[in-house]
Every structure is written in structure tokens, then in C-alpha cells.
Write a protein that binds this ligand. Structure first.
Ligand code: FAD
Length: 359
């Protein structure tokens, strides 16, 4: 049975290891810290198609992400559930009503036979009934659509348990210092040999190659995204335009509180990954703009993670969210990828490794 090493125990490494085990390989996963302890537990907690990626023309990504979203919802994890999200429509907003309507129509089409409800228009009288205190001035109504929400840390560990049950050996506190295209890797003082290696180091994928003296054919843009949590409840999700910017920010119900995110700040993956005071104020101001007064001392938590984005655009907001798989001998590196799309990415990894091995 071919022996495969997966390096990185974020959602992409875990799902890839699980898919490789299901394909009949003997799989060992090496994680330098603990499983699902970095980017994969610092997300916006959405299993989504990525409505806003339609503006960047990423149609096939959105179609695949919607199918993956529905896959997660059909699993027996009990850690993901449908979430209503409203796109309020204000007079003088940057995006016109017809643009939102077109995007949502397309989103519904791309979702195919999804069990989630289609989008609908809500007049202000209905929208303002829920106690969320959305600003009523200049409000024309809202489009409501559905995606899903998860507990990313727990769902990632659930996936790791599935991988373990399928036979994957999960090794934590196992930092790989070097890989080679012939299938060998360096772990502490040991040199280990595998038939194939999958580099699933997320934002650190490029660094593993450079410290192994392997030329990297792709560059990653590492972009920090921060969230704050406000100690007040919310009845449903909102996707809101940031005033005077092209960006949008989510305001979401989360465990009886309100999760607000995210930001986009380029940073090196090895610098401390923390929500800065400036990011927290930016997110609080956005909340206040739409929901009225909120005090800084209501912020009960804040966190940050680093997106591993393919370097393609000057503005990280426009950077594509697609992933790329790069094969170099017996080494396959994953660049980019969303939490939601980890199941389809993992199937692709298993297929590519199978092709590399000629199995
Ligand atoms: C702010 C933010 C919000 C997001 N929101 C969403 C969302 O709502 N929905 C969605 O679908 N996606 C979202 N994403 C994207 C998603 O979270 C990431 O794309 C995904 O978690 C990346 O997973 P990963 O496994 O590639 O990386 P990671 O989770 O970072 O895992 C990589 C792992 O590799 C390990 N590692 C690194 N180097 C080594 C080494 N040498 N040896 C051993 N192990 C090593 C690290 O310790 C780490 O655990 C968001 C991202 C961010 C930053």
C-alpha cells in the first residue's frame, strides 16, 4: 500500500488525509502544533458559496463551493446549520438593487437542487420586526438568502476523527523542517521516506518549500483577517457594504452573540496573528453605522487568521479565492483554498496523488 505524508493539520490537510485514506493509501499527517489550531479555526464560520466572489467572476468556484456547502450540511456532524443572511438595500448604496437581484438569482441557479431556500425580498416592515435594530433611515428593504454556519474548530476536529477512523495516523507537535521532491522529509532528527508528500501548510506552504530549497512556481499573498465578537444577540446574518469602500463585512449571530468580520491586512505568516486595535475599531464603526450605538467594552472576544491567497491582484479584496495544486516529483503542494471547499479540494488531491503514483 503506498505510504503518503500530509504536512499540515488544518482543514485542507485533514480532509486530504481522509480522502487519501479512503482511496486506499496508508496516510500519516504531521501537524507542528495541534489539529485545526490556526487559520481553520479563525474563519467567519460560514460554509458558503461566496456570493461576493461572483463580482470577481469566480463562477466555477462558487458553483463548487455551493455543492461543498450542501455536502457539509448532509454530514452527521451536527456542527453546521442553515443561516439566513440579509443584504439590506439602502437608497444611495454602492450596489444597485438590480445588481443584488442578478447576483442572487445566479447564486440560486448555481446552487442547483440545494435544499436551502431561494432568495426573497423583504420590505422594511418585515425586516425591522426582529429586534436587531438595523438603521431604518433610507432603507428600502432587503434581500434574504441562505448559506450555512459551522463551528469551525469543532467541525474540523470532527473531520479529523473521520480521518482517524479511516486509518490516518494523526501526529501532532510534529514539525517538518524539510521536504524533498523524491518523497523524503525531515522530522526532528529523523529522515522519513514516503511514496508521496502533500504540502498542506496553508499560509506556510511557500515557506516549507523555500526552507527546503525547492523553487516555488506560485506566490502566496498572506492576508490577515480579523473578527470581533460583541456581547449582544442577533437574530440573523447581515452582509453589509462598508461605507465609501468596495468591501463588504459580515455581521452574524454566533453562539448568542454577534460576530463581525472581516478585515484585509497583508502580513508575513510568521508575524503574530492578532486583531489589531485599529481593526477592532474599524469593525465596531461598521456595526455602529448600521445598528446604532455600541460600546467598545461590549467587545468580548477578537481573533485573527491569515488567508493563503494566490498572488494575483493588487487589491486582496479582488484576489481570487481559487486554489492551485502544484506537483513537483513526489511532492504535491496546495496553495489557497477555502474552508468550505476542502471536500472537493481533497478529492482533487487524492486524484492527483493517484496519478502521480500511477495507481
Ligand atoms: C479571517 C478569515 C475568515 C475566513 N472565513 C472563511 C469562511 O467563513 N468560510 C470559508 O469557507 N473559508 C473562510 N476562510 C478561509 C479558510 O479559513 C482557509 O482557507 C482555510 O482554513 C485554510 O486551511 P488550511 O488547512 O489550508 O490552513 P491552516 O488551517 O492554517 O492549516 C495549516 C497547518 O499547517 C501547519 N504547518 C505549517 N507548517 C508546518 C510544518 N513545517 N510542519 C507541520 N505542520 C505545519 C500549521 O501549524 C497549520 O495548522 C477564512 C479565512 C480567514 C483568514
Amino acid at each position: 500500500m503506498p505510504a503518503i505524508a500530509v504536512i499540515g493539520g488544518g482543514i485542507n490537510g485533514v480532509m486530504s488525509a481522509w480522502a487519501l485514506a479512503r482511496a486506499g493509501h496508508e496516510v500519516t499527517l504531521f501537524e507542528r502544533d495541534t489539529l485545526i489550531s490556526h487559520t481553520s479555526q479563525a474563519s467567519s464560520k460560514l460554509l458558503h458559496g461566496g456570493l461576493r466572489y461572483l463580482e470577481n467572476g469566480e463562477i466555477s468556484l462558487v458553483r463548487r463551493a455551493l455543492a461543498d456547502r450542501d455536502w457539509w450540511l448532509t454530514q452527521d456532524s451536527k456542527l453546521a446549520s442553515p443561516l439566513a443572511i440579509c443584504l439590506p438595500l439602502y437608497r444611495h448604496a454602492r450596489r444597485a438593487r438590480w445588481q443584488l437581484k442578478t447576483g442572487l438569482w445566479l447564486y440560486d441557479r448555481l446552487a442547483g437542487h440545494s435544499a436551502l431556500p431561494r432568495h426573497a425580498f423583504l420590505p422594511p416592515s418585515v425586516l425591522l420586526q426582529n429586534g436587531d435594530r438595523l438603521c431604518p433611515q433610507q432603507l428600502l428593504g432587503a434581500y434574504r438568502y441562505y448559506d450555512a454556519q459551522m463551528d469551525d474548530a469543532k467541525l474540523g476536529l470532527w473531520a479529523a476523527e473521520q480521518a482517524r477512523a479511516a486509518g490516518v495516523s494523526l501526529q501532532e507537535h510534529a514539525s517538518v523542517s524539510r521536504v524533498s521532491c523524491d518523497g523524503s522529509l525531515q522530522l526532528g532528527g529523523q529522515q522519513l521516506q514516503f511514496d508521496a508528500i502533500v504540502n498542506a501548510c496553508g499560509p506556510w506552504a511557500e515557506r516549507l518549500l523555500s526552507q527546503s530549497k525547492i523553487a516555488c512556481p506560485l506566490a502566496l499573498d498572506t492576508v490577515r483577517g480579523s473578527h470581533i465578537v460583541l456581547a449582544r444577540p442577533l437574530s440573523q446574518g447581515y452582509l453589509l457594504e462598508v461605507p465609501d469602500e468596495r468591501r463588504v463585512v459580515f455581521v452574524l449571530p454566533w453562539q448568542g452573540q454577534t460576530l463581525i468580520g472581516t478585515t484585509e491586512q497583508r502580513q508575513a505568516p510568521d508575524a503574530p496573528v492578532e486583531c489589531s486595535a485599529a481593526e477592532a475599531s474599524y469593525l465596531l464603526r461598521l456595526y455602529q453605522h448600521y445598528f446604532g450605538p455600541a460600546n467598545e467594552n461590549e467587545i468580548c472576544a477578537r481573533y485573527a487568521g491569515i488567508r493563503p491567497l494566490l498572488k494575483s491582484a493588487h487589491d486582496p479584496n479582488r484576489a481570487q479565492r481559487e486554489h492551485a495544486l502544484i506537483a513537483q516529483g513526489r511532492l504535491l503542494s496546495i496553495f489557497g483554498g477555502k474552508w468550505t471547499t476542502s471536500p472537493s479540494l481533497a478529492r482533487e488531491v487524492a486524484l492527483r496523488v493517484g496519478q502521480q503514483l500511477g495507481t
